[in-house]
Design a protein around this ligand. Structure first.
Ligand SMILES: N[C@@H](CCC(=O)N[C@@H](CS)C(=O)NCC(=O)O)C(=O)O
Length: 247
């Protein structure tokens, strides 16, 4: 029985979806930007100064949390970077960047998408906050160091996977690689990457060697320059300022 929804779904697969990405330089919204570039989709980019909550009040018109990413779509908005990547892959199933329901690696795919943010990115944001973002008197070196160690402890699943695979799942590059590789690139921005295991460093180099990664980087640099925003990851800028003031 062919319903109206059946035909609308099929037409949508061939119709370019219209999306607008709200993004800050090298923030987690970079996952979505990289995904859009890998997919070759057309999109509108709204680059904001960091932190948007303090510097770009218009973010609150699209997200009460005041965070990026926000992906506006004709089906509603999304605010979670890994979920955005998953949704984008679903719009272009022929791209192979998603892993379909029923594929033997579907559980691994979903697991990596969530692992990327909740397990690998979150502890690094605590490290960033208590090492650099807080005012001098509120920094907590002990907390920062505990969460840095937490991050390195949680790399075990990735290391054991990379011992036998080039990609995280389905034997090909997918959104799972985008989401995890972004978390690893954050370690570079935080200056803690020297301790990454060699297999992880090699994997990150392979992922950041992709044309899609370079296109996304170029897009955000051009957008930042056009708006007078410093084209450097905020984590790097803040670290440099604090290290300079400490002499
Ligand atoms: N879990 C969300 C986290 C979103 C988030 O916290 N984004 C950060 C940038 S990485 C942000 O906008 N922070 C600004 C703020 O909290 O003021 C995701 O994966 O997208």
């Amino acid at each position: 029985m062919y319903t109206k929804e059946f035909f609308i779904d099929r037409i949508r697969l061939f119709w370019e979806v219209s999306v607008k990405l709200w993004h800050c330089f090298d923030a987690r919204s970079f996952r979505a930007l990289w995904a859009l570039e890998e997919l070759g989709m057309t999109y509108e980019l709204e680059l904001l100064d960091f932190p948007p909550r303090a510097r770009e009040k218009r973010i609150f018109t699209v997200n009460p949390l005041g965070t990026v990413p926000v992906l506006e779509t004709d089906q509603g908005s999304m605010t979670e970077s890994s979920a955005i990547c998953e949704w984008l892959a679903e719009q272009q199933p022929q791209s192979g960047l998603g892993v379909a329901v029923g594929h033997p690696d579907r559980p691994a795919y979903l697991n990596w998408l969530h692992h990327a943010d909740t397990t690998l990115t979150f502890p690094q944001t605590i490290y960033l906050r208590y090492s650099y973002l807080e005012e001098a008197g509120r920094r907590q070196p002990q907390v920062a160091d505990d969460y840095r160690r937490w991050f390195f402890g949680r790399l075990k699943l990735l290391v054991s996977t990379l011992e036998s695979q080039q990609f995280l799942c389905a034997n090909r590059f997918t959104m799972a690689d985008i989401c995890v590789a972004y978390a690893l690139s954050l370690a570079e921005d935080l200056g803690i990457d020297a301790d990454l295991p060699p297999l992880v460093k090699d994997y990150l180099a392979r992922m950041t060697g992709r044309k899609g990664w370079h296109r996304a980087k170029t897009v955000q640099v051009d957008a930042a320059k056009a708006l007078g925003i410093e084209p450097i990851a905020p984590a790097r800028l803040i670290r440099a300022a604090i290290e300079k003031s400490a002499g």
